[in-house]
Write a protein that binds this ligand. Structure first.
Ligand code: FAD
Length: 276
C-alpha cells in the first residue's frame, strides 16, 4: 500500500517546526527517519495531512560527551550510536542494544529520538533509556521541560509528550556500574523483540528494564534493588511480576513469560561477568 496524500514541510529550525505543529494541530506529525511512521501511514493506521520533516534542523543532531553526562540529539541515527567509539567506551550498552535493532538499512535512517518518542512497546531504546536513567528534553510553545524516561511511557503509543511538543534531546548520566548487557530474543533478523532485557550492575547498584512484555517498557525498582543485593532469583521474580505480556503472533502469554525469564537471566549473568 501507499500512504494517503499529505503536505510535506521541511523547516530549518525548531521554532518553525513548533509553529507548523500549532498551525495544523491533529492533522500534523513530525517525521524523523520515517521507519515507524511511514509503515503506519501505509497501513492506514496513521492518517495525516501534514508531515513536518526534522532533517534540516541542525540543532537536533549530534552526540556530546562530557565527564558525567552524555547528550544525544533526537535526530542522531541508530547507526551513529554504533559508530561513535567514545560513546561505546563510556556507555557500551547503547551500542550493544542498537546493533540488535532491525538491520543496517533501518539503522542508517532510524533516529534515537523517533525510537524513544514513538511509544511502540516493541521499540528497543525506551526500556534501555529507563535502565540508564535517561531524561528527555521536550520543546513546546511554552518553552522546554525535562521528563525522565521512567515517567514518559503511559500506554502503547501514549506518552507524556504533548501533541505540540518536539523531543529534542536525550540526556544520559554516564553509569558508575561497569557491568552491562542488552539481551533480545526475536523470531528472525530484523524482527522486534519477543522479549528483551537491559541490565546494569556493579558497585552495589543495579538497574533492570524489560521490553515488549507490556504496553509500555518496564523498569522495575524492586528487581533492580534485589539485583543490587546479589539476589538474582528475587530480581527475576520481581521483574516477571511487573510485566504483563499479551498473546499475539509472537506467542501465548506463558511462552512470553518463559522467554522473559530466560532472556533476563542471560542478561544478568553477562552483566555480572562484565562487572567482575
Ligand atoms: P519516525 O518513524 O519518523 O517517527 C516515529 C514516531 O515518533 C512518529 O509518530 C513521529 O511523529 C514521532 N517522532 C519522531 N521524532 C520525534 C521527535 N524528535 N519528537 C517528537 N516526536 C517524534 N525498532 C526497534 O526498536 N527495534 C527493532 O527491532 C526494530 N525493527 C524494525 C524493523 C523494520 C523492518 C522497520 C522498518 C523498523 C524497525 N524498527 C525497530 C523501528 C525503527 O527503529 C524506527 O526507525 C524507529 O522506531 C523510529 O525512528 P524514526 O526516526 O524512523 O521515527
Amino acid at each position: 500500500m501507499i500512504p494517503a496524500g499529505f503536505e510535506y514541510h521541511r523547516p530549518a529550525d525548531i521554532a518553525s517546526a513548533l509553529s507548523l505543529l500549532q498551525t495544523h494541530g491533529d492533522e500534523a506529525r513530525v517525521i524523523a527517519g520515517g521507519h515507524s511512521l511511514i509503515p503506519m501511514m501505509k497501513l492506514r493506521m496513521a492518517d495525516l495531512s501534514h508531515l513536518i520533516d526534522l532533517q534540516d534542523i541542525d540543532g537536533l543532531k549530534g552526540i556530546t560527551i562530557a565527564e558525567d553526562i552524555v547528550s544525544i540529539g533526537a535526530m542522531t541515527t541508530q547507526n551513529e550510536l554504533i559508530t561513535n567509539d567514545e560513546l561505546s567506551r563510556r556507555i557500551p550498552i547503547l551500542r550493544e542494544a542498537a546493533l540488535l535493532i532491525a538491520d543496517p538499512q533501518v539503522r542508517y535512517v532510524g533516529t534515537v529520538g523517533g525510537n524513544v518518542a514513538n511509544g511502540d512497546p516493541g521499540n528497543d531504546m525506551p526500556g534501555l533509556m529507563q535502565c540508564l536513567g535517561a531524561v528527555y528534553t521536550l520543546e513546546g510553545p511554552d518553552g522546554s521541560r525535562a521528563v525522565a524516561a521512567r515517567d514518559f511511557y503511559e500506554a502503547a503509543y501514549f506518552t507524556a509528550r504533548e501533541d505540540e511538543e518536539i523531543l529534542t534531546q536525550i540526556t544520559i548520566p554516564v553509569p558508575s556500574m561497569s557491568g552491562y548487557a542488552y539481551e533480545k530474543q526475536k523470531r528472525k533478523i530484523g524482527d522486534y523483540a519477543t522479549a528483551a532485557a537491559a541490565v546494569m550492575v556493579g558497585g552495589g547498584n543495579a538497574s533492570v528494564a524489560m521490553t515488549n512484555l507490556s504496553d509500555t517498557p518496564i523498569y522495575s525498582a524492586e528487581a533492580s534493588d534485589a539485583l543490587a543485593k546479589g539476589d538474582v532469583d528475587g530480581c527475576v521474580a520481581a521483574a516477571l511480576d511487573a510485566i504483563d505480556p499479551q498473546e499475539d503472533m509472537r506467542g501465548p502469554i506463558a511462552f512470553k513469560k518463559h522467554v522473559a525469564e530466560v532472556i533476563l537471566r542471560r542478561a544478568i549473568a553477562k552483566a555480572q561477568e562484565r562487572a567482575a
